[in-house]
Design a protein around this ligand. Structure first.
Ligand code: AMP
Length: 118
């Protein structure tokens, strides 16, 4: 069960992306954060933003990440939005956390959806 609490499990696809084991279609990165396109897009433009350190979900990121990691994370969100020009028409940010939200990958991420009427 993928609860909101509990330990980080390195056996997940985003851990492998961060460690270069599998590739991603990168948009941008900074010291603590990476953004890339979702392989199964739910909108014309669908990207993911993830911290490079190991946080299971939004909850653990908020509780344990450093100020710098949080700043870098939200800067990466902003810079990704700007790079893809999503602020023009508008966009949606979502983070699934735990079982009730059907979080599939237990490494904190936000989805950014845009490029069309949602
Ligand atoms: P969530 O349900 O919030 O955990 O969503 C996980 C997202 O990761 C889904 O939208 C998947 O399409 C996406 N995903 C899974 N594997 C990959 C991958 N290798 N590269 C990019 N996105 C992926």
């Amino acid at each position: 069960m993928n609860s909101c609490n509990g330990d980080y499990n390195e056996d997940n696809i985003f851990f492998k992306i961060i460690n270069g084991v599998i590739p991603c279609n990168k948009i941008i990165e900074n010291q603590n954060t990476l953004s890339f396109y979702d392989v199964n897009p739910k909108a014309l433009i669908h990207l993911l933003v993830i911290p490079k350190n190991n946080y299971k979900n939004f909850f653990s990121f908020q509780e344990s990440a450093t100020f710098q990691e949080k700043e870098d994370f939200w800067n990466c969100v902003q810079e990704s939005v700007k790079k893809l020009n999503l602020q023009q028409g508008g966009f949606r940010i979502i983070s699934n956390c735990g079982q009730f939200a059907n979080q599939e990958v237990p490494h904190f991420h936000v989805h950014i959806l845009g490029g069309q009427q949602l």
